[in-house]
Ligand binder design. Structure first.
Ligand code: NAD
Length: 468
């Protein structure tokens, strides 16, 4: 019997097979969750389809009101959710607290978005309106870096838009997601939200399931491409929030000491496991050494340790696969002879701990620069000409975010607009909010989440054209 249960049709459901869940700070199994069978997925889709008839007919304000109640319930059970999140994800208590609070905030904000019909034309010949109708059953598939927030952001938007959901958390971090679904069981009608846990294969079954009308996915670009291919058979609607390799460009009119803290935490928050973290830091030659010094000083003040320890500012990376990947990138960087300002030596002890690693004089062609490391390691790359650095920043398969750092905001905005990414920032980075659309260019995604644009990604557009 698994320690945590799935939610299918409003019932708590176990499974004959279970999956182990590992605490990344100790590498020890601390709980189990069900490993859903195909029949259980069928039951979840069936429950969602049955619930859809009533849910989609309810006035949107009623659905919004229930989503607000979900927010209140997350807030009520925040301490339990925070503790579980720290144990399964590895992040420090302060970060887990923010994630849980953000989950409530995203629910409240999503419930305040407007999805009213829009008048497209109104003249002597015709009145034309755009209506946004629910699609049916949404298959939501989530990653392990922000397991609660990223999974439920999809759920809140899908429910407000009138859909029912079958949600699958990452097999690395299923517990907080399963627990939250149980907290919502008293609020939502049975079948409106179903949560099934399992491995990657379960994700593939969801994508191929004929009863699922839409896939909303957050995860790696490699999986995103598989999903597009697998969704072709049933021509599902697909929204993909994928990987990134965001460049931040610091111009020589910026003040390195003043911006160091913001840049540092945008790169290293959540141990670098954020899709739109700064992953390539380009600094203009005149201030390069000062920027390196300011970041090094900050790095030396950071405590890396178990998330449950109040003193920890960064936790371990989340899983063995990610740990090995980041270590491989560190090895490659060493072999290239790059200059390690801090870190680089991974301690021999239990837990997936990697020290804060800053690498100077990194170059394109290094794995560290060309790939998405998704760990606490940042390359600092020198540049001379602004035109050249924009081209280098854009020479990436990814296009999630990018930023310009400068004391001249007008020039910064002009340059930021030249970056090929879904979001560009000036003098900040990684600011993602539920009332602002967020989506990637190139291999970083398809469609968007957030704001009315994100809600519309959970809808079928219907044009209503009435002759006068
Ligand atoms: P992943 O692609 O390995 O897994 C994500 C989810 O997809 C998991 O639930 C997994 O079980 C499932 N899955 C795996 N194979 C599948 C398949 N063939 N069909 C259907 N589902 C499948 O990603 P991850 O390692 O969990 O997450 C890290 C990645 O996510 C990074 O690249 C990161 O940049 C990206 N990410 C993007 C955003 C964004 O908003 N753009 C946010 C967070 C993370």
């Amino acid at each position: 019997m698994a320690d945590y249960k799935m939610t299918i049709g409003g019932e708590m459901i176990d499974s004959a097979q279970t999956l182990d869940v590992i605490n990344p700070a100790t590498e020890k199994v601390f709980a189990t969750c069900p490993d859903a069978t195909m029949e259980q997925l069928d039951a979840a889709v069936d429950a969602a389809q049955k619930a859809f008839r009533d849910w989609s007919q309810r006035p949107i304000d009623e659905r919004k009101d229930l989503v607000r109640q979900l927010a209140a319930n997350v807030a009520k059970h925040r301490d339990d959710l925070i503790n579980l999140l720290v144990t399964e994800q590895g992040k420090p208590i302060s970060n887990a607290t923010k994630e849980v609070e953000f989950t409530s905030y995203f629910a409240m904000t999503t419930a305040a978005l407007d999805l009213s019909p829009e008048v497209l034309r109104d003249d002597e010949q015709m009145r034309v309106e755009a209506h946004y109708k629910p699609i049916g059953v949404v298959g939501a598939i989530a990653p392990w870096n922000y397991p609660l927030l990223l999974a439920y952001w999809k759920v809140f938007a899908a429910l407000v838009a009138g859909n029912c959901v079958v949600l699958k958390p990452s097999p690395y971090t299923p517990l907080t997601t399963l627990k939250a679904a149980q907290l919502f069981n008293d609020i939502l009608p049975p079948g409106v939200l179903n949560v099934v846990s399992g491995g990657d294969e379960l994700g593939r079954w969801i994508v191929e399931h004929p009863g699922v009308a839409k896939i909303s996915f957050t995860g790696s670009s490699a999986t995103g491409k598989k999903i597009v291919a697998a969704a072709a058979g049933t021509l599902k609607r697909v929204t993909l929030e994928l990987g990134g390799n965001d460049a931040a460009i610091v111009l020589d009119d910026a003040d390195p000491e003043a911006i160091a803290e913001k840049i540092f935490w945008t790169a290293f928050n959540n141990s670098g496991q954020i899709c739109m973290a700064i992953k390539r830091l380009y600094v203009q030659d005149a201030i390069y050494d000062r920027m390196c010094d300011a970041l090094t000083k900050l790095a030396q003040t950071v405590t890396v340790g178990e998330g449950s320890d109040e003193a920890s500012m960064l936790g371990p990376v989340q899983n063995r696969m990610q740990f090995d990947r980041v270590r491989g990138i560190i090895e490659d960087t060493k072999q290239k002879g790059r200059r390690f300002l801090t870190g680089g030596d991974v301690p021999e002890k239990p837990g997936y701990f990697i020290p804060v690693t800053l690498v100077a004089d990194a170059q394109e062609g290094d794995r560290l620069v060309d790939e998405e490391p998704f760990g606490p390691i940042l390359p600092i790359i020198k540049f001379s000409e602004v035109e050249d650095v924009i081209a280098r920043a854009n020479a990436s398969e990814y296009g999630l975010g990018g930023s310009i750092w400068t004391s001249n905001v007008e020039r910064g905005s002009e340059l930021a607009a030249q970056l090929d990414s879904g979001t560009v920032w000036v003098n900040q980075h990684s600011v993602v909010l539920p009332d602002i659309p967020f989506g990637g260019a190139k291999n970083s995604g398809l469609g968007c989440e957030g704001a009315a644009e994100g809600l519309k990604n959970f809808c079928q557009l219907q044009v209503v054209n009435v002759a006068r």
